[in-house]
Write a protein that binds this ligand. Structure first.
Ligand SMILES: Nc1nc2c(ncn2[C@@H]2O[C@H](COP(=O)(O)OP(=O)(O)OP(=O)(O)O)[C@@H](O)[C@H]2O)c(=O)[nH]1
Ligand SMILES: [Mg+2]
Length: 441
């Protein structure tokens, strides 16, 4: 399929539109579209009827003939009316960034939750566009099975609408159950004092590869590896694995990647899979240091975390693909520090930021990354040696339920505990600390 991309920009914003169209091209190529031309228009406000201005529409019509295009892809979200008008005037399929991402997700979704999320997001997107859907189907010369049972007196559009509405209700309730299970799981981990560490970053940055490198190094229970692949949105769900470093157990979570201009429909629904991220004790920003747009990609990731309410969580930065690094990129860490000092709130600013530099192909820097993760977690998860008398049953229960027990010895008048605990409980444990060995971690 030959595609023409269309982006608009306010006048002084040419870098942004170039970046945005570059990203849109990568997204479109994921679905095997062949990009034959980019159309840019400087415009402060989109046209309510056709998004781009009248002149640009007729220019586009000529370009479609000239380049024998099969589809037009808009960089921004079109309203259903704009979408319809453009298709009528241009007599060609017109889609927007939201639809494109929905299609990619649709192809990639593999878990039950991801499939439900994507179906729900698509139905919500299609509902106000039912007319378009129908035109699309008649153009393709058929109707989809689930929508073809024509009832008496009802128009096909009404039937389609009702069908979508029913599906949406069903999916919403299925997802509610899945989410509740997930929340219970997160709460259980919290209760057991197992910290959660999430890998986040731009799509294709190397999150899943980093996860696998850490699984190789720190695996306790033969945890399964996750899928790593050279394409956008290889990972569409969250995957959690239990790892252990210096006797501290933690959950490592791999997540969906980010892109700029994420459609709000997707953030609202699909990105609920990021629940684990919101509940993390530590975030690891994974940044492909060899990417031409690495700083921009870091900023995009930060903005999404801000949107979902996770930008206050302590973080470290892990630079991947150092093996592909050319010399002129070594400025990146200091540029990122610059961004941090300008944007990130005082209360999570540390005196010192931790960076790791890794090569997942050769396994370089992975141990250092694990050490940095451990060090960051140690700020909130204290390593303590306690001597608790048998008479203090309540405290013993608390430890057994809420701490990670590294070692336990029954002695004459007390139980000796070697534990990791959330600092939350420290005031209670304080008076049991082993007399001559305080602050071991
Ligand atoms: N050369 C090199 N390639 C890497 C490195 N880390 C990851 N890759 C490659 O980068 C591509 C993407 O890696 P993934 O780990 O799947 O990336 P991701 O961030 O999980 O991507 P999404 O799930 O799509 O968001 C794969 O082809 C990896 O083999 C690295 O350190 N060096
Ligand atoms: Mg991945």
């Amino acid at each position: 399929m030959r595609a023409i991309l269309v982006g608009i920009t306010s006048k002084n914003d040419y870098f942004d539109i170039d970046y945005s169209l570059h990203e849109l091209k990568k997204l479109a190529e994921t679905l095997d579209y062949d990009i034959v031309y980019n159309v840019r228009q400087a415009k402060t406000k989109p046209d309510p009827a056709t998004f781009i201005g009248k002149g640009k529409v007729s220019e586009l019509k000529d370009l479609i003939d000239l380049y024998k295009a099969d589809i037009i892809i808009f960089d921004d979200a079109l309203s259903p009316a704009q979408n319809r008008n453009l298709e009528q005037i241009l007599n060609i399929k017109v889609i927007d960034r939201t639809y494109l991402i929905l299609e990619i997700f649709n192809v990639r979704a593999s878990t039950k939750e991801a499939k439900y999320e994507i179906a729900l997001a698509r139905y919500r997107y299609l509902l106000p566009r039912i007319g378009l859907l129908r035109e699309e189907e008649s153009r393709n010369g058929g109707t989809s099975g689930s929508m073809s049972n024509r009832g008496s007196g009802e128009t096909q559009q009404e039937l389609d609408r009702r069908h979508l509405e029913n599906e949406i209700v069903k999916l919403e309730s299925e997802l509610k159950n899945i989410r509740q299970q997930k929340l219970n799981q997160i709460n259980r981990r919290k209760k057991n004092s197992i910290p959660i560490v999430s890998l986040v970053g731009y799509t294709n940055a190397g999150k899943s590869s980093t996860m696998n490198s850490l699984i190789d190094l720190l695996n306790v229970n033969d945890e399964k590896k996750v899928l790593e692949k050279d394409c956008l949105f290889a990972t569409l769900d969250t995957y959690s694995r239990r790892l252990k470093h210096n006797n501290l157990n933690f959950i490592l979570t791999d997540t969906i990647g980010f892109v700029s201009k994420l459609p709000t429909t997707l953030i609202n629904s699909f990105y609920f899979t990021l629940e684990e991220v919101i509940n993390s004790d530590l975030i690891v920003y994974v940044v492909d240091i060899s990417s031409e747009y690495a700083l921009k990609e870091f900023e995009i990731t930060y903005k999404v975390l801000e949107l979902i309410g996770a930008s206050q969580i302590p973080f470290i930065v892990s630079f991947t693909k150092i093996d592909k690094l050319s010399n002129n990129k070594t400025l990146l860490p200091s540029q990122i520090l610059g961004f941090i000092s300008q944007n990130i709130k005082e209360d999570i600013k540390y005196k010192e930021y931790s960076f790791a530099f890794i090569d997942n192909k050769k396994g370089i820097g992975i141990r250092e990354l694990a050490d940095i993760i451990f060090k960051a977690l140690s700020r909130n998860y204290l390593h303590l040696h306690l001597e608790v008398p048998y008479t203090d049953g309540k405290v013993i229960n608390l430890i057994e339920e809420h701490a990670q027990i590294v070692a336990k010895t029954y002695l004459d008048s007390f139980i000796f505990y070697d534990i990791y605990t959330d600092e939350l409980y420290y005031p209670i444990y304080l008076k049991y600390e082993e007399k001559n060995n305080q602050n071991i971690a």
